[in-house]
Ligand binder design. Structure first.
Ligand SMILES: *Cc1c(COP(=O)(O)O)cnc(C)c1O
Length: 241
């Protein structure tokens, strides 16, 4: 399978490049790989959005990537994003910020204020609090529902068997516009069956966007139909935890 050795080599090459502070070069390479994967699958590269995952990285490291033209970024913590992004949003126009980590209801106000897309809607209470906050501010965010395709106990997300009901509830009870679905496959498994499952759930519910694929498997994801890939370490190098 393509997702094994050659991708790992590629990730290592990217990490070396970012050591020399060339996230911009790595960005170019990732974009090229996305285009090639899209073309292999008979898709338009324009139908795949690269969400550059900048979590744990400082603004000084992010700025060159913005200046190279990248506008869509992902963060997994509301608190960290609140410290980093308001000044960047003042400085650069048309930035689009995606929340890709779990959202606690007590952070919803901050999240709705800062983010443009929330990819991690996964429970009724969060749906209700988000709906109320978006109505109060008259700000409608794009929402993705996270699906726990591997049924992992430690992982957030709606279980595949509950997905149809949860999607219907969000749409009917809270009048939320559900744009897409998102998944994070189990770490050491072949991701392809998870991508395929996510696509099936989306299709039968009339949902078009699919956020799937990270540094190690974004090409597989693009070939499987991803409309959004979330790539961090292949662009910025390893994260300092
Ligand atoms: C960190 C993170 C990513 C990016 O992971 P990489 O392997 O560094 O590309 C993607 N999605 C989510 C939800 C993440 O938390």
């Amino acid at each position: 399978m393509r997702y094994t050795s050659d991708i790992n080599v590629f990730v290592r090459v990217c990490a070396k490049m970012t050591d020399k502070n060339s996230a911009v070069q790595a960005l170019t390479l990732v974009k090229q790989k996305i285009s090639e994967a899209a073309e292999n699958a008979g898709r338009s590269p324009l139908d795949v959005e690269l969400v550059t995952v900048s979590k744990t990285h400082r603004p000084e490291k992010i700025t060159p990537v913005i200046e190279a033209g990248q506008r869509v970024f992902g963060e997994n913590r509301v608190q960290e994003a609140l410290q980093k992004w308001p000044p960047l949003k003042d400085q650069y126009s048309n930035l689009e910020l995606h929340l890709i980590g779990p959202l606690q209801t007590n952070k919803v106000k901050d999240a709705v204020g800062l983010f443009d897309v929330i990819q991690t809607l996964d429970r009724p209470k969060l749906a209700r609090v988000l709906a109320n906050e978006m109505t109060a501010r008259d700000k409608l965010l794009e929402l993705f529902i996270q699906i726990n395709t591997g049924c992992e106990v430690q992982k957030a997300g709606v279980l595949p068997d509950s997905a149809d009901d949860f999607i219907a509830m969000c749409q009917r009870d809270y009048e939320l516009k559900i744009t897409g679905l998102m998944c994070i496959p189990p770490f050491s498994e072949n991701p392809l069956p998870h991508f395929t499952l996510l696509k099936e759930i989306a299709k039968r519910n009339g949902i078009s966007a699919l956020s799937m694929g990270m540094s190690s498997d974004f090409e597989v994801a693009v070939e499987a139909g991803a409309t959004h890939v979330r790539v961090g370490s292949a662009i910025f190098g390893a994260r300092g935890f």
